[in-house]
Design a protein around this ligand. Structure first.
Ligand code: FAS
Ligand code: PHB
Length: 389
């Protein structure tokens, strides 16, 4: 006997979970299918910065309580180059908008808890998820759960299954235009049980490569260094990681980076990717299923949330009035923000990372750009309004 719902959602990451919550609040029924176990999804260490709009949306969904209690509001960031730090006063430049430091895994925990507490359907550890019939008006999702084959009949499928999911590849060849730009470097990220050595994020351009000092709590630091995207994490013992961090964050005034036990480390390759249009028939792609940005602009999660906010609004209008104009315009509406964010993330990445093989001329251009961004109010404001979203 097939299950029946209005919206079949593939993926319980930020995109799928926020979409399901927004639909639930609009009285629209959905089922989420997630390949991984709940523990895995909730412990995956990924994004750390919420734009003002994302934080406001969590509040509007009644899910901001723990973010307000445990999250940290930031009003600026530092750009560090030539061993000197320069603060970008983002809130001052954007009429008070700020960012929230609140880990993606915490957002996911809050959303899953709310979903299950409301008795809404979310199936973990499913397999063989396959979208069918989305080129007509009776799409279905087949999948396996506990060794049993099952099916969901729905009106619409939301592909929120990330870059390696099954929904985008299910769209017929030739229907999508793919834009893909791979960078010649990746990020080695660590989570260290030590109080952050800074009050706000530090983005560093150094001759040895980019470094970022972020944080998760008063006791937990999140740091990254630019590395070879194909490097093996086994070649990065803690001592080497800290040595590289000290070298890249060093300043003329003797600023000190405190070390602590590294509790998590990993290497993430970097790419810019867009699949358009972000819809095909009754299948709608959202988040990393449709686009990937380099994390330098702290945008991935926030862009995913923006997509599903638009998708939820479009579906709500369609169910309430039969008007499908927003659904028909979903992809175009998302892509305006996607390409703005793609450009900003590429710009931040290009300005801060030492491009392998770049000649001195290109490094001088980066430093000139950094000098301008940290001395011109107009240039600072451009960075600030893109960063806070
Ligand atoms: P997600 O990938 O988060 O979620 C997709 C979900 O679908 C996953 O739970 C997956 O298990 C599930 N799924 C996949 N295939 C499936 C299938 N066949 N059937 C059922 N379920 C399936 N962004 C930032 O802003 N800042 C950062 O610092 C940052 N760091 C990152 C580090 C790493 C290692 C990675 C991979 C990404 C990082 N990102 C960062 C980007 C990240 O935060 C994404 O933008 C964000 O997770 C996007 O959310 P979703 O679109 O929901 O995709
Ligand atoms: C993080 O805290 O994980 C983080 C912050 C800013 C970024 C990327 C990652 O640009």
């Amino acid at each position: 006997m097939a299950l029946r719902t209005q919206v079949g959602i593939v993926g319980a990451g930020p995109a799928g979970l926020v979409l399901a919550q927004l639909l639930h609040q609009a009285g629209i029924d959905s089922i989420i299918l997630e390949a991984r176990a709940r523990e895995y999804v909730q412990e995956r260490v990924r994004a750390g910065v919420l734009e003002q709009g994302t934080a406001d949306l969590l509040d509007s969904m009644g899910l901001g309580e723990r973010m307000h209690r445990e999250g940290i509001v930031h009003h600026g960031i530092y750009l560090r180059f030539r061993r000197q730090s320069h603060r970008i006063p983002m809130s001052e430049l954007t009429d008070g908008r700020s960012i929230w430091i609140y880990g993606q895994q915490e957002v996911v925990k809050d959303l899953i808890e709310a979903r299950l507490a409301a008795g809404q359907q979310l199936y973990f550890e499913v397999s063989d998820v396959t979208p069918h019939g989305f080129d007509g008006d009776s799409p279905r999702l087949s999948f396996s759960r506990g060794g049993e084959s099952e099916e969901i009949e729905c009106d619409v499928i939301a592909g929120c299954d990330g870059f390696h999911g099954v929904c985008r590849p299910a769209i017929p060849d030739g229907a999508l235009t793919i834009y893909n730009h791979e960078y010649p470097f990746g990020w080695l990220g660590i989570l260290a049980r030590v109080a952050p050595s800074t009050d706000e994020l530090i983005y560093t351009n150094h001759e040895r490569g980019f470094a970022l000092h972020s944080l998760r709590s008063p006791e937990l630091s999140r740091l990254y260094v630019q590395c070879d995207p194909h490097d093996d994490i086994a070649r990065w013992p803690d001592e080497r990681i800290w040595e590289e961090m000290h070298a890249r964050f060093a300043t003329e005034d003797g600023w000190k980076l405190d070390e602590g036990p590294i509790v998590e480390k990993g290497i993430t390759p970097m790419r810019s990717f867009v699949a358009q249009p972000m819809q095909y028939g009754r299948l709608y792609l959202a988040g990393d299923a449709a686009h990937i940005v380099p994390p330098t602009g702290a945008k991935g999660l926030n862009l995913a949330v923006h997509d599903v906010k638009l998708l939820a609004e479009a579906l709500t209008r369609w169910y309430e009035s039969g008007d499908d104009s927003l659904l028909r315009g979903y992809s175009d509406a998302c892509l305006r923000r996607v390409w703005r964010v793609q450009h900003f993330s590429w710009w931040m990445t290009s300005m801060l990372h030492r491009l392998g093989g770049a000649d001195d001329f290109e490094n001088q251009l980066q430093l000139a750009q950094l000098d301008y961004v940290t001395t011109s109010r107009a240039a600072m404001t451009t960075l600030a309004e893109n960063y806070v979203g």
